[in-house]
Design a protein around this ligand. Structure first.
Ligand code: PAF
Length: 278
């Protein structure tokens, strides 16, 4: 495994393999957990060369404190990656990714006006900026993203379509802790008690799926929000049941679409998201 700090060096390395060997890419912001490692494993299984990037991208944080406190653990991350047989790890500094200010503004229409886009203004623009830059540098055949970030996945699929980027965007299953909590770098910031209680989020989603047919969409939303808010450690920011292609809230179960329940919950000061397909 080679650790590479600059775009120039990474482009140079990849120019020797691109076009000859398949390249799989896993972009991350570090603080790696089993969820990330499962993406790397899938990339390993499906490609000859695997590239991982570790870069906490400031342009996607709408909250300065969230950026400052985002977990960073490069040495631990590199140790974990050593065991996944990844070939290159790109660990750039800010100036390497943004030599000049990125002023590009993307418009993803309805995909970005709901849920995460609504509650974290500018977030998806920052994600689009960094992902488009990284895909341009790595030029992978496939790039891997977790389905926990369901809306991000939809935005990135729209991004590659919009910019005519040839990379296939692969959505991968959410990996969960034993009690159901979706793995996230942010889980590191939870106290032991908070972490235990945060398992209630997925338990509620699973129960909601089981009982959905007995309720209207609106009733189920209300039930779900109340159920989570009854737990004193948890505070729902939103729970929406949306159409999986345009991400717009559905009004009734009869609508002809796959429906996904998406939730954002504060557990103390830590914001957690999760989703379930109905
Ligand atoms: O999902 C993440 O970790 C980040 O949003 C990504 C895709 C690496 C872009 O910074």
């Amino acid at each position: 495994m080679e650790v590479i700090k600059t775009e120039v060096e990474l482009r140079e390395k990849l120019s020797q393999v691109n076009g000859k060997q398949s390249v799989g890419f896993v972009p991350t912001m570090g603080a790696l957990h089993q969820g990330h490692l499962s993406l790397v494993k899938q990339a390993r299984d499906e490609n000859e060369i695997v590239v991982v990037s570790i870069f906490v991208n400031p342009t996607q944080f709408n909250d300065k404190k969230d950026l400052e406190t985002y977990p960073r653990n490069l040495q631990e991350d590199l140790k974990k990656l050593e065991n996944t047989a990844c070939d290159f790890v790109y660990t750039p500094e800010y100036k390497d990714v943004y030599p000049v200010l990125d002023t590009r503004e993307f418009n993803f229409g309805g995909l970005e006006t709901v849920m995460e886009g609504k509650h974290r203004p500018g977030h998806f623009n920052g994600v689009a900026q960094v992902v488009s830059k990284l895909l341009d540098i790595v030029q992978p055949g496939k790039a891997y993203f977790g389905r926990k970030d369901f809306q991000q996945l939809a935005v990135i699929k729209a991004l590659v379509k919009k910019l005519d980027i040839k990379t296939a965007i692969i959505g991968c299953p959410t990996v969960r802790e034993g009690h159901g909590l979706a793995m996230s770098s942010r889980n590191e910031k939870l106290s032991e008690e908070e972490r235990k209680n945060a398992g209630a989020i997925y338990n509620m989603l699973a129960e909601a799926r089981n009982i959905a047919s007995g309720f209207s969409v609106q009733e189920l939303r209300e039930w779900a929000i109340q159920k989570i808010n009854k737990n004193k450690y948890l505070d729902v920011e939103y729970f929406e049941i949306v159409d999986d292609t345009n991400l717009q809230p559905v009004k009734n179960w009869e609508e002809n679409s796959v429906k996904v329940g998406c939730i954002a919950v504060y557990c103390g000061s830590v914001r957690l998201i999760d989703n379930i397909i109905f």
